[in-house]
Design a protein around this ligand. Structure first.
Ligand SMILES: [Zn+2]
Length: 125
């Protein structure tokens, strides 16, 4: 069952390229938490969907090692994980938290860095 057209457009306007390799064509809308056999529509949300190239999509569905790598980047999630789990934009080298309104916010790994971002004046130079 295909992702609704309106939602697909939202994902396409948020994601400029494949989250894994940066390719800009032959992209598919990928479910981070797989909908499984039942095809649960509750998993058709912006935070659960990312654009990836069909090659990466194909390899992570077929090879356990690649699937494991995809889980490391948050491109794939287990059913018990939250879609608020950060996802790695490999081409840009940035972790993001995706939101259901189709926006995303940067996920700061380093708390010290986050602190400096809040108080830039104290840390200049
Ligand atoms: Zn790719």
């Amino acid at each position: 069952m295909a992702v609704p057209a309106k939602l697909r457009k939202l994902i396409q306007s948020r994601d400029a390229y494949c989250w894994h390799c940066g390719m800009t064509d032959e992209l598919v809308v990928h479910h981070r938490i797989n909908r499984g056999m039942g095809g649960s529509k509750t998993l058709d949300t912006a935070a659960n969907l990312i654009l990836i190239c069909w090659q990466w999509n194909d390899v992570i569905e077929r090879h356990a090692e690649s699937a494991q790598e995809a889980r490391m980047w948050g491109h794939k999630l287990y059913g018990w994980q939250r879609v608020e789990s950060p996802v790695y934009d490999r081409p840009a080298g940035v972790w993001w938290v995706l939101q259901d309104d189709g926006t995303k916010r940067e996920f700061i790994l380093d708390e010290g860095r986050a602190f400096r971002l809040q108080l830039p004046d104290l840390f200049e130079g």
